[in-house]
Design a protein around this ligand. Structure first.
Ligand code: ATP
Length: 512
């Protein structure tokens, strides 16, 4: 499905609404609706269970959004959390210079993807994508053009060379996507942190920031957690929480929001072992994405050429969103930068005494950081489809189905009496619903013909529909319909819960 269809499906079916819709919305801020909140909670729960509950050496915290302002001085955010901003003088639209340039290379990449898909069709099963990409002249030229543009851009970003960025935009003749004009202002730095003021302290002293990442709440609590849980290195601290960034351009729905949610884990290791752990978390996190059924063709690693000031290695796990491969999760080897800076600025020791070598040191950190909202968007993009299926009379008809992994589906099961005006059926259906709702998020629906009710459940991703018909009254059996195979199975009412549990339980994912 294309991006527009995804966005309208999210609104129409109660997944995501624009914030403050009745006032024409607040840009890049979104609210999750009844199905959205369930899906997002399930994603967060799956992350939490696999990162915290499944690891004896990872514990969770929930730190406050407000932190002492010195935190952001130490972390480098006050001085360096900037994006290069450029305005178009004719359209008055504002852009991130690096995103304009990446937009240009994305177009070249789209051509490569098109060529690869054409070749895949032509060669069929014999197609070797890697070989094709490394031997086809046109693709090699296009790829080297992308590499050279991004290489130059990254060098300018690293050197904070705003003049170089502007020259590159002009040399590539990049036009404003809105107006087509090439009349640009100079590029300048813009700090992305939102700030606010404490009520009882005036001026700079009382200036607070809304946290731009959850990680710092973990670093400042490193010793509290280590001491109170008596963890030994290597160990991790995980957290899920809101983060805020004053993004300059935010036009990609929930991909880039000004208020969003992060799921982060900081893993503290002995200096010198960080690359081993970096590789470990790189593989582990990729498996986590694949475990939900996301196609491995839609996921890839992207090594950072331009390392942040705190990192000695960094990569993104990218997902092929409808607008191209983009960052979904970051894996960063952050060295001892954060703990070291907090130690310096606070004057408090943030060291670990390692009983194995009888020495104290500031641990190194490997971080895994994923946006809950981007994960949500990747799951909707991956699983929302239109397909042709036989209807009840056997004729082909089109359905929209959200084939989410059952473990994260917002509603696990819908209970449907065959007819709504037969009291004996609706009563039996309510009884079944009362039984099931103790175990899973379940919906009762009696409105419209059964076929239409199935379609409604398909559209929100419900893996199972339980139908109560006249035979149920005699044989105490119901029909369970499977969203994906469309197979219908007769099952005893007493067995319904265990039957559904087998298929929707998250434990199946955690132990596979
Ligand atoms: P980008 O380059 O896309 O701006 P980033 O490199 O700044 O992302 P990180 O600082 O590594 O992102 O943040 C970790 C994760 O938080 C990202 O992988 C992403 O999933 C999520 N994230 C970051 N910024 C946003 C945002 N504005 N809206 C939604 N999710 C975000």
């Amino acid at each position: 499905m294309d991006f527009k269809q995804i966005i309208s499906h999210c609104k129409e079916y109660g997944f995501i609404y624009q914030s403050s819709d009745i006032y024409d919305g607040l840009s890049a801020v979104y609210d999750y609706g009844p199905y959205g909140v369930e899906l997002k909670n399930n994603i967060k729960q799956y992350w939490w269970k696999s990162m915290v509950q499944m690891h004896g050496n990872i514990v969770g915290i929930d730190a406050a959004i407000f932190m002492h302002p010195k935190t952001w001085k130490a972390s480098g955010h006050v001085d360096a959390f900037n994006d290069p901003l450029v305005d178009n003088k004719d359209s008055k639209k504002r852009y991130r210079a690096d995103q304009l340039i990446e937009g240009y290379t994305d177009k070249i990449e789209a051509k490569i993807i098109k060529d690869v898909e054409k070749a895949r069709k032509r060669f069929g099963d014999d197609f070797d994508e890697d070989q094709f990409k490394t031997t086809n002249g046109r693709i090699i030229d296009r790829q080297s053009k992308i590499d050279s543009i991004l290489g130059e851009m990254n060098q300018h970003l690293k050197d904070e060379n705003m003049v170089g960025l502007k020259e590159l935009i002009e040399r590539l003749e990049i036009a404003c996507p809105d107006s087509g004009s090439k009349n640009w202002t100079d590029v300048r730095q813009f700090n992305l942190m939102f700030n606010t003021q404490l009520g009882n302290i005036a001026g700079e002293e009382g200036k607070l920031y809304l946290r731009p990442e959850t990680a710092q709440g973990i670093f400042v609590n490193f010793l509290n957690v280590q001491k109170t849980t008596r963890q030994k290195i290597p160990f991790g601290i995980a957290q899920i929480g809101k983060a805020f960034r004053n993004e300059i351009v935010a036009r990609q729905f929930i991909f880039r929001m000004r208020e969003f949610e992060q799921m982060e884990m900081q893993f503290f290791v002995k200096p010198g072992t960080e690359m081993e752990w970096y590789r470990h978390w790189k593989e582990t996190r990729m498996k986590w994405h694949e475990s939900l059924g996301t196609s491995s063709n839609h996921l890839r690693f992207h090594d950072h050429d331009n390392l942040a000031h705190y990192a000695n290695a960094a990569l993104d796990i990218e997902y092929q969103f409808p607008f191209g491969f983009k960052e979904l999760e970051g894996i960063h080897s952050r060295t001892d930068f954060d703990l070291g800076s907090h130690q310096k600025l606070s004057g408090k020791k943030l060291q670990y005494f390692d009983p194995e070598i009888n020495e104290s040191y500031v641990p190194y950190v490997v971080e895994t950081s994923i946006g809950a909202d981007r994960m949500f968007l990747s799951q909707i993009s991956e699983n929302l489809k239109e397909e042709s299926v036989p209807d009840s009379s056997g004729k082909e008809s089109t359905r929209t189905v959200l084939s989410l992994n059952p473990a994260i589906a917002p509603v696990k099961c819908a209970v449907l009496p065959l007819l709504k005006n037969k009291v004996e059926l609706t009563k039996a259906a309510h009884d079944v619903h009362d039984k099931i709702k103790l175990h899973f998020n379940t919906q009762y629906d009696e409105k419209d013909a059964v076929g239409r009710r199935y379609r409604r459940q398909d559209a929100i991703g419900t893996p199972y529909c339980v139908t109560i018909d006249f035979e149920t009254l005699d044989d105490h059996c119901v029909t369970i319909r499977d969203r994906d195979t469309l197979k219908q199975e007769r099952v005893k009412i007493d067995d319904v819960v265990s039957k559904i549990r087998d298929k929707v339980d998250m434990n199946g994912l955690l132990t596979s």
